[in-house]
Design a protein around this ligand. Structure first.
Ligand code: UGA
Length: 469
């Protein structure tokens, strides 16, 4: 099939590359000339597993890049809109980019086409897209508008796309649904997975991919409700972690106990410093705003957001309780990205914590395997960068773990201990077993678990554990 993908951001670029891998001819459209030039030149603008392979496999062949929206639409049977929907000051999704694409493509809708929303948009967006296209003179029989939300996660976006838990297609008639069924046929029939050059199947995925066909409005709601539910799961376990800290219970044990109930499930029950990224914070807020507009007061979502913010404050209080005053202290930070496996720092709780520490007069030296360049572009002063986790720890009063990178869970603990001025680790991602940390000579604080001290020395006697006081 010939498809156009409008917008070469995270979703657009991954979707375009994956559609090409499924065997479609894809035109990826963007109005940013420099971005297009970089893509044509072989650059890969985001840190994403398998994306470089897919781009080099299909660039200039099944995947082309263009600034000409109308021409791309004219040549395609399905047009996926994957432009940004940033939050407005009131927390709603700003749909002006979606609207301008809808307006601009009208002239090119000459024979039957399916216009597909792929960006995260509120319910009723498809109706608006339809209205705008009709208002600008298109024949009502020449197009349908569908919703095909994306559930990919940064860091595993390509495999999430090619090995999805489900493909959701929201269409209001069979003609439209059949076009989207055809787009995804290599995944739903399983033919893609039989290919020798298919991207390798990740653990926990089931193939072939199931497809769920719903009404357009239901599909729009599925996307927002999924993200809000996952954010709620994280806030829920963070609230439980706070209770564990109050009563001296262990949140890992609680997670295991509740996550083994198959109705609840173990995933997205990792407590920490709260969720971040370009999706959950924005989407929970937008869903809250949509609900308000529909006349439903979804206060549960207010609490989800409040707990999430509180989680950062609680962590900062933990840092203060470990170090007492912060002005002039040296702190090493492991992780700046909003989660492991990505260089994305948008709405990163790690960055917000670093900013708060700098504001309190701390000297902060950070290391992140992928996100330092982006952080440097954004934070002009104050923060120092290290070349490794051990360098970040060198001479520090404590080390803080803020992002769940796998390499931070496998540090050489003896070496880390030797680098630190005081062997104090404050782990916002629960990457270590408190007993193991204590056995390696650390005073160790984490989330929802009791602090651990070498030889069971209580926190108040912390200064006695310092090696080079
Ligand atoms: C999220 C959803 O997981 C995707 O399904 C969705 O498609 C995407 O948003 C989107 O709407 O585009 P993503 O933002 O890439 O994906 O990241 P997640 O892996 O979901 O993590 C989000 C945040 O929650 C991170 O800060 C992570 O550290 C945090 N998190 C996640 C926890 O604190 N605990 C957990 O158990 C899981």
């Amino acid at each position: 099939m010939r498809v156009a993908v409008v917008g070469s951001g995270y979703v657009g670029l991954v979707a375009g590359a994956c559609f090409a891998d499924l065997g479609h001819d894809v035109i990826l459209v963007d109005n940013d000339e420099s971005k297009l030039a970089a893509l044509k030149n072989g650059q890969v603008p985001i840190h994403e597993n398998y994306l470089p392979e897919l781009l080099s496999r299909h660039r200039g062949q099944r995947l082309t890049f263009s600034g000409d929206l109308r021409e791309a639409v004219g040549a395609s049977a399905a047009i996926f809109i994957a432009v940004g929907t940033p939050p407005t000051e009131r927390g709603e999704a700003d749909l002006s980019y979606v609207e301008s694409v809808a307006r601009e493509i009208t002239g090119a809708v000459d024979h039957y086409k399916v216009i597909v929303e792929k960006s995260t948009v509120p319910v009723y967006t498809s109706e608006w897209i339809r209205k705008i296209i009709l208002r600008n003179g298109a024949d009502p029989d020449s197009f349908d508008v569908a919703s095909n939300p994306e559930f990919l996660r940064e860091g595993t976006a390509v495999t999430d796309f090619l090995f999805p838990d489900r493909i959701v297609v929201g269409c209001d008639n069979d003609r439209c649904a059949n076009v989207l069924r055809q787009v995804y046929a290599p995944l739903t029939s399983g033919s893609y997975y039989e290919r020798t050059d298919a991207i390798p199947q990740p653990d926990r995925s089931t193939i072939p991919a199931p497809i769920i066909v719903t009404s357009t409005k239901s599909a729009e709601l599925i996307k927002h409700a999924s993200n809000a539910f996952l954010a709620m799961k994280i806030s829920f376990i963070n609230a439980v972690a706070s209770m564990c800290e109050s009563v001296g219970a262990n949140v890992n044990q609680v997670c295991h106990g509740i996550g083994t109930d198959s109705r609840i499930g173990p995933r997205f029950l990792n407590p920490g410093i709260g969720y971040g990224g370009s999706c959950f914070p924005k989407d929970v807020m937008a869903f809250r705003a949509v609900a308000r507009e529909c006349g439903y007061d979804f206060r549960l979502l207010d609490e989800v957001m409040r707990i999430n913010e509180d989680q950062r404050d609680r962590f900062l209080r933990k840092v203060r309780s470990a170090l007492w005053t912060l002005r002039g202290k040296h702190v090493g930070v492991l992780g700046l990205a909003f989660k492991g496996g990505t260089d994305d720092i948008r709405e990163s709780p790690a960055i917000l914590i670093v900013q708060a520490l700098l504001q309190e007069g701390c000297n902060v030296t950070a290391f992140d395997p992928a996100a330092m360049e982006r952080t440097q572009e954004m934070m002009t002063s104050g923060l120092k960068f290290a070349n490794s986790a051990y360098e970040a720890a060198t001479g520090a009063d404590a080390i803080l773990i803020l992002t769940e990178w796998e390499e931070f869970a496998n540090l050489d603990l003896q070496r880390l201990n030797q680098e630190l001025k005081y062997p104090i680790v404050i782990d916002g991602r629960n990457l270590y077993d408190p007993e193991v940390m204590a056995a390696n000579g650390f005073t160790y604080y984490s989330v929802g678990r009791a602090a651990a001290h070498p030889d069971g020395v209580p926190a108040a006697a912390m200064k006695n554990t310092a090696k080079k006081a």
